[in-house]
Ligand binder design. Sequence first.
Ligand code: NAD
Length: 494
Amino acid sequence: MSTQVQLFIGGEFVNSRTEQWIPVTNPATQDVIAQAPCATMDEMEQAIASAKLAFKSWKETPVSERARLMMRFAQLLKDHQADIAEIICQELGKTVEDAKGDVWRGIEVVEQAANIPSLMMGETVENVARSIDTYSYIQPLGVCAGITPFNFPAMIPLWMFPMAIACGNTFVLKPSEQDPMTVNKIAELFVQAGAPKGVLQVVHGGKAQVDVLLRHPDIKAVSFVGSVNVGQYIYKTGTEHLKRVQAFAGAKNHMVVMPDANKQQVINALVGASVGAAGQRCMAISVAVFVGEAQNWIPEVAEAISKVRPGVYTDPQAAYGPQISPQAKARILSLIEQGKKEGATCLVDGSGIEVEGYPNGNWVGPTVFSNVTRDMTVYKDEIFGPVLATMAVDSLEQAIELVNASPYGNGTSIFTASGAAARKYQHEIEVGQVGINIPIPVPLPFFSFTGWKGSFYGDQHAYGKQAVRFYTETKTITARWFDDDIQVSGPNMS
Ligand code: NAD
């Protein structure tokens, strides 16, 4: 048997006693590189019990000590950025630069978690009535859980547990079973940074393990990132069990191109944002909407995208890697076929691509459709592959109407030289993250990641101030002290 991925419970890496294992494969070769356990129900209970026990002392740990843990952790992640990236490359197939970026975006959240003392300040008002003051404290919830997707195996777990733990909570993390090794390395570094036992646990598995987290009375809050159907299930089941839930889900992100935009910048931005990372990004641009004469640029965009080539991470010329699994590849290929059948024009067809020396890789070449309409499956479904749908409209108003009619609301962007067009777009668009001449507007961690509509279920978003609100309760104290009670000598002073 290949390497067994361990569970991380009570501060120790332990072998699971399960009989159910999930193969972890290199998506460029199909070689099985490890086996991930489906944690047993006893192991799930142990993980939650260990987090519950650790909460008793962790919540009493001074906020400045919690902040210092995050400072040391951020430094270790920086020192080991390349090692973590190498694991991502092996189990997910990202290019080296992309994998390093995955780690870096997570480090930035840990740096933010190191600012926790100022983020946890409450509010005060003196003299709400005569001699009465009201003030609030921010206190942790208890044991929180995180369930993460395959596409950012470092960044998304780091969106969750550092902020939760910095707030004084303890955490049980269930990473994607498709690339579970990255998080184990991160947990190892968290131990090296000085994390007390039980503050973080990592359990592996799939739906059965997630179901324990959603139903367990000792879990107070659940953070989820993944696909729409699962996100809805997590939100409904978690809230039904009276937990706080934030669920980040799938997307279909539009980029609107005005005819006054800089054409070369549009082309460069679209190439990276549509097929980069094999299209396996929740903020990828999957629809480009060309306004008026900008539609004349579609052939040039297609030409530029057709030159992009996937490959293995050891090839520095590779622009992106394989899809995560043969199933994901098959799904994307069938959506491309459906696009053709439904009448879209396939300007660039990546279905038959091969990568020399890697005949078994889950490769999908860059693909571009034109003449896409809003009733087509390639428009409606999140493809999560290197496929760009292009559309043409006559006016900015029509573009805004199209984007606002989408059930998703994760990200969008507008490329224009007009401040007035940009202002109108940012104001009227019903999407939570808007880029102006920026294709993938992911906010840095002092803001929050604010998807809307069908891309997010809940109210408080990931990282930034909203994460602190999500992972804490506010306690408001109203106090009265009487001047008459002030004594100049106390009972022990006589
Ligand atoms: P997924 O929904 O298949 O899996 C996500 C997690 O849920 C995994 O840990 C998995 O084990 C678990 N899971 C899967 N099926 C389950 C079920 N039936 N019940 C309970 N748990 C289940 O998602 P994925 O394929 O790993 O990730 C890709 C998706 O994630 C895309 O839709 C993408 O848009 C989305 N995503 C969204 C964001 C965002 O911020 N909105 C960020 C990254 C990825």
